[in-house]
Design a protein around this ligand. Structure first.
Ligand SMILES: *[C@@H]1O[C@H](CO)[C@@H](O)[C@H](O)[C@H]1NC(C)=O
Ligand SMILES: *[C@@H]1O[C@H](CO)[C@@H](O)[C@H](O)[C@H]1NC(C)=O
Ligand SMILES: *[C@@H]1O[C@H](CO)[C@@H](O)[C@H](O)[C@H]1NC(C)=O
Length: 383
């Protein structure tokens, strides 16, 4: 399978470099449009794009609300200095978020960066992302096998689940900004809308992290109180040279997994008796649909530019990047987000090896889901 490298998009003879097995441009266009007939995008996409900046970063007694006016900083207290040094493009602002280690500051700066971009008409610009995003000293990042089981974590089950989700959301902020910054040199090819969408995703995720962090504090804990896993960033690194792979692996696999796992997590929290946390998680899960939908949209767009059929391209990329799909799938949520079923549902194809091992790295919510196997050896505490 020929690699669909973004770099190749820049080479002189596009059709030749992509080595598409399809003989002519006319034919590829035809194939693309016939397969795109199956694509029905999320109906809320345009509304999400047009929505005003969202200041509801606090979880009030009855749900999200803006911070009280008096406490709203006129600019930003933390990060004021670097802001003043004048990142003047979206990509530079994104690089700044990635280089910020304190989680709440990262979350705040994310929102400021996205707001600045929306309000000040900044260009996308070009910047280089750091090799890996800056992180606080705690939580300690360990392999999934070393994550303590709930009963050995020192946290009650609701805080334990929330801590895992907070970790996912913090990673999601960095994943989205990394996509903005890393692919910023290709703005002309991808279009400004690509960057607007992923900066918007980062802003949503930063709000989600703020809610999780607030709720952890209410429960008497904080982000960093137990170890977290180091898997999410690996997927990101693997796909850093190829925009199609990045889209396939992050929004279409990892985030789509959130659609499957989110509602189950909500049920568990209700079962535990923590309705406030379950409401937060339900809202977060709800908002993730937009992020998957954005991934689907841009994946189709990139495939169209490359003259490739989206479904087979998606499957080829997962193979190439060694990412495997595993259910149970929430079909209705995935349908809503616009992921065509034949991209992930292999039940109709008989070539699938039922015993294929699940790649442990792809699950965006690996920790949360693995809790369902709470008693399995996977979750035995280290030592
Ligand atoms: C901001 O997000 C909250 C929580 O998801 C939502 O209830 C609210 O309608 C949003 N506000 C705007 C202006 O989009
Ligand atoms: C699937 O997702 C929807 C939200 O889109 C949710 O209402 C439903 O309960 C989920 N189904 C399952 C089985 O988790
Ligand atoms: C897991 O362990 C708990 C007790 O710690 C027990 O109640 C439960 O039934 C076990 N679940 C499974 C699937 O073995």
């Amino acid at each position: 399978m020929h690699l669909l490298r973004l770099r190749a998009m820049l080479s002189t003879s596009l059709r030749c470099t992509w080595c598409s097995p399809l003989p002519s441009h006319r034919l590829t266009t035809k194939l693309f449009s016939s397969s795109s007939l199956k694509y029905s995008p999320w109906s809320g996409l345009q509304t999400w794009r047009d929505s005003p900046l969202n200041e509801s970063r606090i979880w009030g007694p009855n749900g999200p609300e803006p911070p009280p006016l008096l406490s709203q900083p006129s600019s930003i207290e933390i990060g004021d200095a670097p802001m003043a040094l004048g990142p003047s493009s979206l990509a530079e602002l994104g690089a700044m978020v990635l280089s910020t280690s304190d989680p709440l500051t990262k979350s705040k700066i994310s929102h400021i960066a996205y707001s600045k971009w929306r309000l000040e008409n900044l260009p996308v610009g070009v910047a280089e992302p750091p090799g890996r995003p800056a992180r606080p000293p705690k939580p300690q990042l360990v392999s999934p096998k070393e994550i303590p089981a709930p009963k050995n974590s020192g946290l009650p089950l609701n805080a334990y689940m929330l801590h895992n989700l907070a970790h996912v959301e913090l990673n999601a902020i960095d994943l989205a900004w990394d996509t903005v910054v890393r692919f910023s040199p290709y703005c002309e090819i991808l279009g400004e809308g690509f960057f607007a969408d992923f900066a918007h995703v980062a802003d949503d995720e930063s709000r989600h992290f703020a809610w999780c962090s607030q709720r952890l504090n209410e429960l008497g804990f904080k982000y960093g109180d137990m170890p977290a896993h180091n898997l999410l960033w690996r997927e990101c690194e693997k796909s850093s040279d190829n925009v199609a792979a990045r889209l396939a692996v992050i929004p279409l696999v990892q985030e789509a997994r959130g659609l499957d796992a989110g509602p189950r997590l909500v049920q568990k929290l209700i079962g535990f008796g923590d309705c406030r946390t379950s409401n937060i998680v339900a809202r977060i899960a709800d908002e993730e649909v937009a992020h998957v939908a954005v991934g689907v949209h841009w994946f189709f767009s990139v495939c169209q530019q490359m003259g490739r059929a989206p479904c087979s391209t998606f499957k080829d990329l997962l193979k190439e990047y060694n990412v495997e799909l595993k259910g149970p799938f929430n079909y209705s949520a995935r349908d809503e987000a616009g992921i065509p079923r034949d991209w992930y549902d292999m039940s109709s194809t008989n070539t699938q090896d039922k015993n294929e091992k699940l790649s442990e790295v792809y699950e965006r919510l690996a920790c949360i889901i693995s809790m369902e196997n709470e008693n399995s050896s996977l979750n035995k505490p280290p030592g």
